[in-house]
Design a protein around this ligand. Structure first.
Ligand code: ADP
Length: 484
């Protein structure tokens, strides 16, 4: 992998703790390239005691970092952003090698990830307070917002860069320090952020990356350690619940970006070509492995057959392959378990009357490559209706009217992203207001941006990432009442 990089020193395999690159007391764990199955790096496997040490150093470093002016913090964060963009190609190559997404998507993720550092660098200067007219003649009331302290993050493999920057940007801008535990599948994209943080001049201990093969041990340390005041997690609802329970002992402030089960609705007045394009972006981006990917595609009866046909035509132009090859559209799935899940959803759908009209099986490239798949005749009793596939399978459900589809779309414990295509204005308002989701894409399949608040309702999460609201998650409000 190092030989593919313009700057081979960006391939970091030791953990980044308080400005030092350290070996793991538990040895190393292997990182593999999902496209080829070969080991590309052995990464430091830290012990729980080493993570506790990183937290202690983060606590010490945070005291001074909190005293920096917003403008001072903004300057080093801006340098961090600049370095990410300067090395965008190398960061993209590392990301593709360990995660599998095509290079173009990986480079896109680096730009997207970096944008959170840029945005929150700017926000660092705008952590405003309030003055409130006193409740008595002698009283003066001021509200200030202060960094909460040490933040700990746990992130998944599907966006190895952006899920970390989305948390580190606001945390550091607010004046918190952060200890980041990346997924064991994708530690290299996190470690290179440590290297670039060092080059940018982010003070030692303000940002650390603790790599470990044991997620639950690290999760326990994050929740039990009294120095940690904030836990920010992206991952499954199942693990989110575990962490919330653990965090309860310390009444720790938590942000949770959890699972989705996004509906994608095509009404009969939609621009069908645009809807097909949106579905391709939304369902098949990252090979279906995002929490905002369309999971259920509802198509109104009058346009159902036409939509299914156009979607298949469009998919037939796309190439499955190694993400490191420039013309690849869809890479491999992350691991064998991910392939099993897609298979399970397909088998379940077939047993309940669904039909495969495109793809449906493992790709002839072998390994974890899977054909993009369309299933028609999907129904609400299928597993895919309640459970995220996290893979390249598009189930098409048929519906007759608005009320019916709104009820079906909301019939889930999740509430992250949803999408619909329609032209009628009153329909657009009515449906957007009725969908119980934190994010609504209207006539678009792509909704992620650093300038908007990303997050879910119901069991999809707590809190928001991005936008001016994102920094609130790392701030405490303090009210000062003064008698004059
Ligand atoms: P995904 O399906 O995206 O991997 P998970 O919720 O399983 O979603 O994992 C998200 C992140 O949480 C990963 O980095 C994983 O290692 C970590 N994780 C899994 N289980 C636990 C746990 N019990 N405590 C802390 N972190 C965990």
């Amino acid at each position: 992998l190092a030989s593919l990089l313009n700057d081979p020193t960006l391939l970091v395999t030791r953990a980044y703790v308080a400005g030092e690159f350290v070996d793991g007391d538990n040895g190393t764990f292997a990182v593999t390239n999902p496209a080829r199955g070969d080991v590309i790096a052995d990464v430091a496997d830290l012990s729980r005691a080493q993570v506790a040490d990183a937290i202690a150093k983060a606590e010490a470093a945070q005291k001074d970092w909190a005293k920096w002016t917003g403008k001072e913090r903004a300057a080093v964060l801006r340098r961090w952003f600049d370095l990410m963009m300067e090395h965008q190609d190398d960061l993209g190559t590392i990301l593709t090698a360990e995660m599998g997404k095509p290079l173009a998507e990986a480079r896109g993720e680096i730009a997207y990830g970096a944008s959170f550092i840029e945005f929150f660098a700017e926000e660092a200067k705008r952590v405003y307070g309030e003055t409130i007219p006193g409740h008595q003649r002698d009283k003066r009331i001021t509200v200030i917002r202060q960094p909460i302290g040490v933040a700990a993050s746990i992130t998944p493999w599907n966006f190895p860069n952006a899920m970390i920057t989305r948390k580190a940007g606001p945390a550091l801008a607010a004046g918190c320090s952060m200890v980041a535990r990346p997924a064991k599948e994708t530690p290299l994209s996190a470690l290179v952020l440590g290297e670039l943080a060092k080059r940018a001049g982010i003070p030692d201990g303000v940002f650390s990356v603790v790599t470990s093969s044991s997620a639950s041990e690290i999760g326990k340390e994050f929740c039990d350690n009294p120095a940690v005041r904030k836990l920010t997690f992206t991952g499954s609802t199942e693990v989110g619940r575990i962490l919330l329970r653990q965090a309860a002992d310390q009444v720790m402030k938590c942000s949770m970006e959890l699972g989705g089960n996004a509906p994608f609705i095509v009404f009969d007045d939609a621009d069908l070509d645009a809807a097909v394009e949106g579905a391709i972006m939304c369902k098949f981006r990252n090979n279906g492995q995002t929490c905002v990917c369309a999971n259920r595609i509802y198509v109104q009866a009058g346009v159902y057959d036409a939509f299914a046909e156009k979607l298949a035509d469009r998919l037939s132009t796309m190439k499955v392959g190694d993400g490191l090859e420039e013309d690849t559209n869809f890479g491999p799935l992350i691991n064998a378990g991910a392939v099993d899940k897609v298979r399970e959803h397909i088998d379940d759908a077939l047993s309940k009357g669904g039909k495969i009209t495109f793809g449906g099986s493992q790709h002839n490239l072998g390994g974890t490559f899977f054909q993009p798949t369309i299933i028609t005749g999907a129904t609400q009793d299928m597993q895919v209706a309640t459970d995220e596939t996290f893979g390249p399978m598009a189930p098409l459900f048929k519906f007759e009217d608005e009320d019916e589809v709104i009820a079906m779309a909301n019939d889930t414990i999740f509430g992250l992203a949803s999408y619909f295509y329609a032209k009628d204005l009153s329909r657009v308002y009515k449906v957007a207001e009725a969908l119980e989701y934190g994010i609504i894409g209207v006539n678009t399949g792509i909704i992620s941006t650093e300038v908007a608040p990303f997050g879910g309702v119901k069991q999809s999460g707590l809190g928001r990432e991005g936008s001016s609201h994102g920094i609130d998650e790392f701030l405490e409000m303090k009210y000062i009442c003064m008698s004059v």
